[in-house]
Design a protein around this ligand. Structure first.
Ligand SMILES: NC(=O)C1=CN([C@@H]2O[C@H](COP(=O)(O)OP(=O)(O)OC[C@H]3O[C@@H](n4cnc5c(N)ncnc54)[C@H](O)[C@@H]3O)[C@@H](O)[C@H]2O)C=CC1
Ligand SMILES: N[C@@H](CC=O)C(=O)O
Ligand code: NA
Length: 427
């Protein structure tokens, strides 16, 4: 086998391959021999890594005749894509942790795997160590999945958790997450929601057997989440989490109109199981017609947990290679359209700084009514210059809720829209 990349994840893969060589050989039925490791800087000292294995010529490594499995933990689109394609075209099976690539151009990789009769396994790409893709791809393939909902980015969960529990600042918490090996090479991918959106696309594609790419996912990160949002959530006995939500949208005639796939911060009650997901942990609920609700929980980021998922794939693929039978391929027959966010029904929490005078509540309520948004609860707090209205809505199309907020911003009696947050998990 060959390894591409020897960073946070790659180093752990090498360490575990060495430490568990005997057990892995027994489980596969043959030893897993590391033929080479493609790196950018071969002079760098890497503890536990034999320097004789290092090469900067990744292209030559992936096509070597003595390599039959290639593990890619470089990340990014290129050269990862070309290397994986070259590997499959020369008869190798491949394993990758690269959600960005799978969500942007998974179709090309899956087509190559099919044409070349190669395995393409990627359990590490979503929710790190948590076995989630194999259950969707295999265990639940006979069921009808309705919804996948969860926390799939460790870095942002770590930041939000530190803000909530220790009142930490955003930048300070991000630096800690980077030092712990959770963040992507460019942490913008985490905090702007790109990483979670890529994972949501992969989950939706597997769950609904329909092509979904990152471009189909509505994405909002956590950079706009303010201390006021976190404090507002606390007052509601709730917590702010970055959620990935993939839903099958019914057509009213027993079928599906399409899928809604979105990533955004949301307020969830502290009593909800997702509220207790702390630090860089991930948790995902899968709701299927016959299985009911299933919950997957565990380490979603970090070198060793991610390497665990890579090694699981490696043993599975090595067994397939030895047996001469490839594993299951992607099936995306359903061709369901990805519906726009505006059509998706959500609920909003809105905190308004208002003038403390007669008729304010009526004026605010009128804007909700004008947009056909039903109010679930209203609370007034403070007096005079500190007067605030907190409104929680019932479900309405997201476009109607966004339009309501826009009109509230223009209302003379509203001094400021202090916080707007979607609400999930307490219906
Ligand atoms: N760190 C984590 O918690 C998780 C990471 N992943 C994914 O695993 C992959 C790797 O992530 P990390 O190890 O954290 O990143 P990293 O940045 O620590 O490691 C990537 C390594 O690849 C090397 N590299 C870049 N271009 C190369 C090239 N052309 N040839 C050879 N080496 C090259 C870099 O020098 C770096 O050492 C990414 O796709 C990431 O999204 C997935 C799940 C969790
Ligand atoms: N950067 C990612 C790593 C795992 O996929 C995260 O923080 O979850
Ligand atoms: Na996983």
């Amino acid at each position: 086998m060959a390894l591409l990349g020897c960073g946070v994840v790659g180093t752990e893969v090498v360490r575990l391959l060495n430490e568990r060589a005997g057990d892995l050989a027994a489980r596969v039925g043959a030893p897993l021999e590391l033929a080479g490791i493609a790196v950018r800087r071969p002079d760098r000292v890497r503890e536990g890594v034999d320097p004789a294995l290092l090469t900067t010529d990744a292209e030559a490594l992936v096509t070597r005749p003595d390599v039959d499995i290639v593990v890619e933990v470089i990340g990014g689109i290129e050269p990862a894509r070309s290397l994986l394609l070259a590997a499959m075209k020369t008869g190798k099976s491949v394993i990758t942790a690269n959600k960005a690539l799978l969500a942007e151009d998974g179709a090309t990789l899956f087509a190559a795997a099919r044409e070349c009769n190669a395995d393409l396994y990627y359990e590490a790409s979503v929710a790190g160590a948590i076995p989630l893709l194999r259950p969707l791809r295999e265990s639940l393939v006979g069921d009808h999945v309705q919804r996948v909902l969860g926390i799939v980015n460790g870095t942002t969960n770590y930041i939000l958790d530190q803000m909530d529990t220790h009142g930490a600042g955003f930048n300070e918490a991000l630096e800690e997450a980077q030092a712990l090996g959770y963040a992507e090479a460019d942490p913008t991918a985490d905090v702007e929601g790109f990483d979670a959106a890529a994972k949501a696309a992969i989950l939706a594609q597997l769950a609904f057997h329909t092509p979904v790419t990152a471009a189909d996912v509505h994405r909002e990160g956590i950079t706009e989440v303010t201390a006021a949002d976190v404090a507002g959530a606390k007052e509601m006995d709730s917590v702010v989490k970055l959620l990935a939500i993939c839903e099958r949208v019914p057509d009213g005639a027993g079928g599906s109109r399409g899928v809604s796939v979105r990533v955004h911060p949301a307020m969830i009650p502290r009593t909800h199981p997702l509220a207790s997901v702390r630090e860089a942990y991930n948790a995902v609920f899968v709701e299927a017609e016959s299985a009911g609700s299933l919950m997957f929980y565990g380490a979603g980021a970090g070198g060793a947990p991610t390497a665990s998922a890579v090694l699981g794939d490696l043993v599975a693929v090595a067994r397939n290679v030895r047996g001469g039978t490839p594993g299951p391929l992607e099936v995306t027959y359903a061709e369901l359209p990805a519906l726009p966010m505006g059509d998706t029904t959500t609920r909003y929490y809105i905190q308004l700084d208002v003038a403390d005078q007669a008729g304010v509540l009526a004026a605010v309520a009128e804007e909700f009514a004008r947009n056909d948004v039903s109010i679930r609860a209203v609370r007034q707090e403070g007096v005079g210059e500190n007067a605030q209205l907190v409104v929680v809505t019932h479900r309405a199309p997201d476009a109607a809720l966004a339009a309501t907020v826009e009109t509230l911003r223009k209302l003379g009696t509203v001094r400021e829209v202090a916080s707007v947050m979607r609400v999930e998990g307490d219906e």
